[in-house]
Design a protein around this ligand. Structure first.
Ligand SMILES: NC(=O)c1ccc[n+]([C@@H]2O[C@H](COP(=O)([O-])OP(=O)(O)OC[C@H]3O[C@@H](n4cnc5c(N)ncnc54)[C@H](OP(=O)(O)O)[C@@H]3O)[C@@H](O)[C@H]2O)c1
Length: 320
């Protein structure tokens, strides 16, 4: 089988490590380089001892030529490196998701180029023909969009949602808000009604033919990995959700409330529509580092290469 070479940028970070894991598990992709800034010069195994045959690879300081580049970098850094790169590029940061003025409002600095293809596979695989640049969606944005897309054309004028997230969503650098005594056995709403992923969700809803206003409350939860979003949506119809996602190999639709551990460590999302006496609530669970970042980046590579969206992504997690 012809292999496709991959360079992972930001390999000392959480999404970089997860991208390497999914590349190593993929039948067609071959890791040829991994870069970082402070961690340059170290063997990958000194950062991530569980990365099997990649542990002896030395982390580089500069990008290396490869068929595919995965940018697992802080906002602002990816946009600096991207113009130098040839081949297929997936940006996991927010640098290429939004047009102005939404980008400035969300991230606090202006961007110079047009946004790239928004890499939510559920918006249609036909969009990837001839595309070499994909903006990978944010983690909360992915979960919220998956909860809303089947109902996009029937949304009320205002949708309210809450979302619980694990600490790896904040990246590998420790901060006050991610410190263990702050997060453990605790729940803390943050960025209430101002989270930077809201404009992305609205971009996805618009691309799906709908419109609404989204009022979103994110909550940091005492978990390492995973996202649960909850969206009260009286018009949500389970059969419509099942039809919309019928051929989706990376998403399970259920009429029962979800279980976060069913998706942690996997590339899968679960969307639940739970109805009772005329009311309905939609839930979505994903792994923020999987469907919310790294495995979705690999799905985007698969689609740019003209392959099945789930190639190399079918592994299930621990069952108990
Ligand atoms: N964490 C999530 O759940 C998640 C989900 C979706 C999207 N994202 C987005 O994905 C991006 C990465 O997130 P993360 O959580 O993986 O962050 P992270 O853990 O902080 O990792 C970022 C890595 O980038 C490296 N880096 C910084 N500047 C670099 C440069 N110029 N060249 C090469 N490497 C450089 C750093 O390496 P050194 O430490 O060695 O300097 C660091 O390890 C962010 O934009 C984030 O918003 C994250």
């Amino acid at each position: 089988m012809e292999t496709v070479s991959v360079c992972v940028h930001g390999a000392s970070g959480y999404t970089g490590a997860e991208c390497i894991r999914w590349v190593l598990n993929h039948p067609r992709l071959r890791l040829v380089a991994a870069t970082a800034q402070k961690a340059a010069g170290k063997p990958l195994g000194s950062l991530w001892p569980r990365l099997g045959r990649a542990t002896s690879l030395i982390v580089g300081a500069e990008p290396v030529a490869a068929d595919v580049h995965l940018l697992c970098l802080p906002h602002g850094q990816a946009a600096l490196i991207a113009p130098q790169l040839e081949g297929y590029v997936v940006d996991l940061s927010g640098d290429h998701r939004l047009a102005e003025p939404e980008h400035s409002a969300a991230y606090g600095f202006a961007r110079a180029t047009a946004p790239w293809l928004y890499g939510l596979p559920e918006l249609g695989s036909g969009r990837y023909a001839g595309v070499t640049r994909v903006a990978n969606p944010g983690c909360f944005a992915t979960a919220l969009a998956l909860a809303l897309l089947p109902a996009a054309r029937q949304l009320p004028p205002i949708v309210t949602a809450t979302g619980l997230t694990g600490s790896t969503g904040s990246g590998a650098s420790p901060s006050e808000g991610t410190h263990h005594p702050t997060r453990a056995e605790n729940l803390r709403p943050y960025k209430v009604l101002t989270h930077q992923h809201v404009p992305e969700v609205l971009r996805a809803v618009t691309e799906a033919g709908g419109s609404t206003e989204l009022q979103f409350v994110p909550i940091s939860a005492p978990l390492r990995r995973g996202i649960l979003v909850t969206v009260p949506l009286p018009g949500a119809d389970l059969d419509a959700y099942r039809r919309y996602y019928a051929d989706n190999p990376l998403l399970v639709v259920s009429d029962r409330p979800p279980d976060l551990n069913a998706v942690v460590g996997t590339a899968f999302a679960q969307v639940s529509v739970v109805r009772h006496q005329g009311a309905a609530v939609v839930f979505c669970v994903i792994d923020n580092l999987g469907r919310g970042a790294a495995s979705q980046a690999i799905a985007n590579v698969n689609l740019m290469l003209g392959r099945a969206v789930d190639e190399g992504l079918g592994a299930i997690g621990p069952v108990v």
